[in-house]
Design a binder for this molecule. Sequence first.
Ligand code: HEC
Length: 108
Amino acid sequence: MKIGKIIAASLFVAGAVSFASAATAEVNFKRCVVCHGKSAEKVPPGGTIISATLSKDELKKTLKAYKNDKEHGGKMKATMQLQVKPFSEEDLDALADYIFTNFHIDAK
Ligand code: HEC
């Protein structure tokens, strides 16, 4: 009986954590809207790509590359390096999931 309660409690915590990260991504994405549009549907100023057209994997890779690889990106890469700086890799994965799940546009 006691063990059942512990398992139930830990399942509840695990569920709450994954909910929290989607909610955090929604909040974090508000920082991106000014340049990328509220549905990631705009070409950012000085950029060339509409984020909503990228696959989930491309979003994860490019966001982490702006964080970890100084050479990654186009002529405006310094802008994005600054944007991703406050976020952990988990935050960036959650942002990529959030953008893809809510806003993906099939470019074809
Ligand atoms: C100050 C404007 C600005 C803000 C705020 C901003 N970006 Fe960007 N973003 C850009 C620019 C400019 C580029 C093109 C950079 C380059 O030349 O490599 C870019 C590139 C990207 C790319 C690569 C593909 C593409 O769409 O061009 C992704 C993905 C991206 N941003 C996601 C985000 C996310 C997620 C946030 C919020 C955490 C964010 N950006 C905040 C301006 C911005």
